[in-house]
Design a protein around this ligand. Structure first.
Ligand code: UN1
Length: 512
């Protein structure tokens, strides 16, 4: 291990850990299987954790239930003050945590830092929000009556997160949930347990300093069984899950069956429309970063380019040239643009997708392949690939979590929008154009059907201030900014009579 990884592990207090569950104060002696976190960067062991089992989950839920009875009574701005201190702590450890994210997950160090910055940003957002948990007041139809609504804390929020944003997704959920007066139980990806433990340490230190009750921040590291327990648990009113559509359907069905709330943030199949009115140089930056950033493992990764026929050939050539310049290698080396995929399974699905697109008739623009030799010993480094493909291909309709980009041509803007919308997923979308009619059509009711629609920006890299999530198989949930906080609270409508008699609503007469 180079690049100061040992120092980062030490600074974050995770150089010698093995327990896979925590109440925010105590670490539980878990007895499940050992999870070995292996870095895709160099195949070295990042750390080992003994997985949690049902009994550990139960212990964490019990503490969370107890904690909720007091945490919900702490004034929201005081809860915000605790979150503010977590933001400060994250600022202090930004370099170390960013490095660990890069090392355990494989994204570039710059993107690791960017991920921690998203955490800091959501802390700031949540601090402000802690004084803005507004409800509305309504005018009653009855004299001497008042109506208003309040938002009350909900209870335990279960957070299931994925390997690709191993820490930011937890923070989008937990920082909002905490200022809302909820308590959290986090089940991180088994592929990135060490970054999760690092975050738990950071939160726990701040909580201890502020006498936050034990159980406000629970962590349970384990396999899908933990997610199933959470999804079926009536004591967990909200389960927020980020990951594959397959996982999300299972969570959504289990939570739905008990009429709980599920916030689902699932797969994307994001496209950029590149119009004949686009600034092609700018489009190139958006398309390449969108397609190869995080080695194509963002839910917002650009997977399709829908290009106007008159600029198709020239843009295709620009793209092939840019791909030729990409440096693939150790993500901690800042010279490199593209790091490894998370593991060998991901490499196999990348190879499988390439085989499929070729079989379905796709034409190679930039050939893919697994890299070998010095620096690539982990076997997880692949070449970003580009194919000309048809939107109807089965593989194009499917989200492959890898740097594979499909190109297609269009004639009219209506046709481009139909192609953009013509997939089962609905997360992010973009148009590159300087033509107002086109961009407005793209953003109109007849335009993009995605949760995120951008103009002259790529599909990835959303800011935390907006609500994040998408439609269709993306699951419909919204996290992070805007009024996404409302899902973490229960709304109560209050009607108050300050008069001397009791008129009934709707003018109903009921004389006694
Ligand atoms: C994800 O991939 O699950 O918009 C989240 C982006 C990041 C978040 C991605 N802010 O690309």
């Amino acid at each position: 291990q180079q690049y100061g990884i040992a120092e980062a592990l030490k600074a974050l207090g995770v150089e010698d850990i093995n327990k896979g569950a925590s109440t925010g104060v105590q670490w539980l002696t878990t007895k499940g299987e050992e999870i070995v976190s292996v870095s895709p960067v160099d195949n070295d062991i990042v750390g080992k954790v003994v997985a949690a089992q049902a009994a550990d989950y139960e212990a964490v839920v019990k503490k969370a239930q107890e904690a909720f009875t007091t945490w919900r009574l702490v004034p929201a701005p005081k809860r915000g003050e605790v979150v503010r201190q977590i933001g400060d702590e994250l600022r202090k450890y930004k370099a170390e945590l960013g490095k660990l994210v890069s090392y355990e997950m494989g994204k570039s160090y710059q993107e690791g830092l960017g991920e921690v910055q998203e955490m800091i940003d959501i802390c700031d957002f949540a601090v402000g929000l802690s004084r803005q948990l507004y409800g509305l007041t309504m005018h009653s139809e009855r004299a001497q009556h008042r109506m208003y609504e309040q938002y009350h804390p909900l209870g335990i929020v279960g957070i299931i997160s994925a390997f690709n944003f191993p820490v930011a997704v937890w923070s989008w959920n937990s920082m909002l949930a905490w200022v809302c007066g909820d308590v959290c139980i986090w089940k991180p990806s088994e592929k990135t347990p060490i970054t999760a433990i690092a975050c738990q340490h950071i939160a726990a230190r701040v909580f201890a300093k502020n006498n936050v009750p034990e159980g406000v921040s629970g962590l349970v590291i384990g396999d899908a069984k933990i997610g199933q327990l959470m999804s079926n648990d009536g004591r967990v009113p909200l389960v927020s899950a980020t990951g594959s559509t397959r996982m999300g359907k299972a969570v959504g069905q289990a939570v739905g069956a008990r009429l709980g709330r599920a916030l689902l943030e699932l797969g994307g199949n994001n496209a950029i429309i590149i119009s004949q009115h686009a600034d092609l140089d700018m489009s190139l930056v958006g398309a390449v970063f969108g397609a190869v950033g995080t080695a194509g493992q963002r839910c917002t990764t650009t997977r399709r380019l829908i290009i106007h026929e008159t600029v198709y050939e020239s843009f295709k050539n620009k793209l092939a040239h840019a791909y030729g310049q990409l440096k693939i290698g150790n993500p901690l080396d800042e010279k490199n643009h593209v790091g490894p995929l998370i593991d060998k399974d991901a490499v196999n699905s990348y190879l499988g997708a390439i085989e499929k697109v070729k079989k379905e008739g796709g034409k190679v623009v930039v050939e893919g392949g697994v890299l070998s030799g010095a620096g690539y010993e982990s076997g997880c480094y692949v070449k970003p690939a580009v194919f000309e493909a048809d939107n109807s291909y089965e593989i194009v309709q499917h989200e492959t979590f890898a740097p594979i980009l499909y190109l297609m041509k269009y004639k009219t803007i209506e046709e481009a929008i139909a192609l953009q919308n013509g997939v089962p997923q609905g997360l992010s979308s973009a148009i590159m154009t300087q033509n107002l009619r086109e961009s407005e059509l793209f953003l109109s009711h007849a335009g993009s059907d995605c949760g995120i629609a951008n103009v002259n920006i790529g599909t990835s890299g959303a800011e935390i201030g907006g609500a994040f999530g998408g439609e269709k198989e993306t699951g419909g949930g919204r996290e992070s900014g805007s009024d996404a906080w409302k899902v973490y609270m229960r709304r109560q409508t209050n009607t108050l009579n300050f008069g001397t008699n009791l008129p009934l609503a709707q003018g109903i007469k009921f004389d006694l």
